[in-house]
Design a protein around this ligand. Structure first.
Ligand code: GCB
Length: 599
């Protein structure tokens, strides 16, 4: 194939100037992996004796005189991936460490490096292989990996992982959340095999503001010598080569005529990156995203985000969602409502959810768990939030579906918080200048009766404003919406990122009866009419797709520790409000609604 000339993009304009300084391996599903999912032996450790008792040695008494007070083999089992809370009744409310152990057999291969990769573990994790400490990680929703080439043995191996979901005031999130603190190895664990020098990460996307030019970079894990790296998009007859720097980095840019990715046509191209003895394949969509005044433009055209917010909670069985089937059900429901957009709250969801959104044509808002009050003044809390942002971006930056990185949800207006989020916004932009930065705010000025004004100083640092409001549920009556006006102090697109009301599926009453389906449906009617009057509205993501577990919701017979604001119950039953929103979104998709952004 004829090799096209590759243009060096010296004048800036790369979507990513630099790859993130993470050591994450990109696109693990495109690599040779050995799954460590399945049944693990586990010891619940509420008094935190495991470290002192050296559980990580997975010891057995050598003879009958020796005292060893634990035994992984004889202990209860848990399935990985999965939270522990929903696998054993007595662990439902448990917060503390649990020790996991499993044995595996491994055959070492020459010229191969071995890594262990965790999709996520909530919240604090320590890992040992064959008694040797490999590493630690904090953060409950982002992936991490450690090299274990030296530590894995030919033949039998034992891995021990301590996972603790203990909450703390300096953590991200901190002490209080309106979702269940599911602990454990909540996503897959696998070994990844790579050549000595390998492609650590890459970015391939449209140049900012262009629809006919692809730009990107490739980063190897180590110095490579000045080898060549090629980028192929076979379906578009593209094959480009460029030179790596000695540090194993290359940037590139080339003209390309591609079918653009959109919700109506979520076209993905197979992209192959090869060089210096390594090669990785990915399916990538190409689209542009930007704002103009109060509009969001997808591929240069205004789009209204018909969204819904959702937790990563498993339909039907409850607990943390982890399987492709869970993801398919949840995103399928969002599509049934008529969505072209999902707000994945309040933490990064699993990678397959994002990849599925890419396939299904659902635009994504992805968020780090900077939720309510956290330790704004603590530098290590900021560092933690930055790391979670870095790893969320590192994992998903090649997904066309993701258009918004969200910094936070409902944070108090105070100087320390605004400074913290300003720093986090700048960091996110430094990592990925191609996407839009947002945050869900919730404080408005109500000093003028009948008008709510969003003038949170955080708005200055965002591309898109998110606003959560609960008119008609936490304050006032649903009918108050008929007289309410919303204004913002910024000439920027606004997404109403939450509104909603609790309803128990099958509970009926008049529209004044709390927790009845009728109350919720009525609130949606009034909210929709109100939101339609906001000139800068560019989207909405009502709260929430499906009922979910929350320790803050104890009302017996109604909540039973569930937040009941779902359009769908946790058993998959659709409430009346589901159909109210569906009707509205369907009409809008047909173009009969006057909302901003629709052509
Ligand atoms: C909110 C939060 C969300 C809660 C929701 C509620 O504003 O962002 O996490 O679950 O309200 O139901 O109160």
């Amino acid at each position: 194939m004829k090799r096209l000339f590759i243009c060096l993009w010296l004048l800036g304009g790369f979507a990513w100037a630099q790859p993130p300084a993470a050591n994450l391996i990109a696109n693990v599903s495109g690599r040779t992996t050995i799954s460590l999912d399945g049944t693990w032996n586990t010891i619940v450790d509420p008094y935190e004796i495991g470290l002192g008792s050296r559980f990580y040695l997975n010891a057995k008494p050598k003879d009958k005189t020796q005292l060893v007070e634990y035994d992984f083999d004889a202990s209860e089992k848990l399935h990985v991936p999965g939270d522990w809370n929903t696998q054993r009744e007595y662990l439902l409310f448990y917060e503390g460490p649990v020790w996991y152990q499993r044995s595996f057999s491994y055959h070492k291969r020459t010229n191969t490096r071995t890594f262990i990769y965790f999709g996520a573990a909530n919240y604090q994790t320590r890992v040992w292989i064959n008694g040797k400490k490999i590493g630690e990680h904090i953060g409950g929703f982002t992936p991490f990996n450690f090299e274990v080439s030296e530590e894995v043995a030919e033949g039998d191996n034992s891995i021990v992982v301590e996972v603790s979901n203990t909450r703390s005031k300096d953590a991200v999130p901190a002490l209080s959340t309106d979702w269940w603190n599911y602990g454990g190895l909540t996503r897959s664990v696998e070994l990844v095999e790579l050549p000595d020098t390998f492609i650590q990460d890459y970015s391939v996307q449209l140049a900012k503001g262009r629809q006919d030019e692809v730009v990107g970079w490739v980063q190897f894990n180590a110095n490579t010598g000045q080898h060549e790296v090629t980028i192929e998009i076979p379906e578009a007859h593209i094959k480009q080569a460029t030179q790596l720097t000695a540090a194993g980095y290359a940037s590139f840019g080339f003209p390309a005529k591609l079918t653009l990715w959109s919700p109506e046509n979520p076209k993905l191209y197979r992209v192959i990156i090869s060089g210096d003895g390594d090669s990785v394949t990915d399916d990538i969509g190409f689209r542009s995203i930007e704002t103009r005044g109060t509009q969001i433009l997808l591929n240069g055209k205004p789009i209204f985000l018909r969204g819904v917010s959702m937790h990563e909670e498993a339909p039907f069985r409850g607990g943390r969602a982890f399987s492709e089937e869970d993801d398919r059900t949840l995103l399928g429901w969002a599509r049934d409502v008529g969505c072209n957009f999902v707000r994945l709250t309040h933490y990064p969801h699993n990678e397959s959810m994002i990849r599925l959104a890419d396939h299904m044509g659902l635009l994504v808002w992805s968020e780090v768990p900077v939720y309510w009050g956290i330790a704004w003044e603590n530098p290590s809390t900021l560092e933690n939030a930055e790391e979670q942002m870095r790893d969320m971006i590192a994992r998903d930056h090649n997904r066309a579906a993701v258009i918004l990185w969200s910094l936070s949800n409902e944070t108090p207006i105070e100087p320390g918080r605004t400074e913290f989020l300003k720093t986090l916004a700048a960091y996110a932009r430094q990592l990925d200048s191609s996407r839009l930065i947002t945050s869900a705010m919730n404080h408005t000025d109500s000093s003028v009766p009948g008008i709510r004004s969003l003038n949170d100083p955080l708005g200055e640092y965002l591309d898109v404003l998110g606003l959560n409001e609960y008119l008609g549920w936490y304050e006032g009556r649903p009918e108050d919406a008929d007289r309410m006006q919303w204004k913002t102090a910024f000439e920027k697109p606004l997404i109403i990122s939450e509104f909603g009301a609790g309803a128990v599926y099958g509970k009926h009453g008049d529209s004044d009866t709390r927790f009845s389906e009728e109350y919720q449906a009525n609130l949606f009617e009034h909210q929709i009419n109100m939101l339609n009057r906001i000139p800068s509205l560019a989207g909405m993501s009502p709260w929430v797709l499906m009922d979910f577990r929350s320790p803050r919701r104890p009302l017996p017979g109604i909540q039973d520790f569930h937040n009941r604001k779902g359009l769908i119950s946790d058993r998959g039953q659709r409430k009346q409000a589901f159909y109210v929103l569906q009707k509205y979104y369907r009409k809008m998709a047909e173009g009969s609604s006057p909302s901003q952004g629709e052509p």
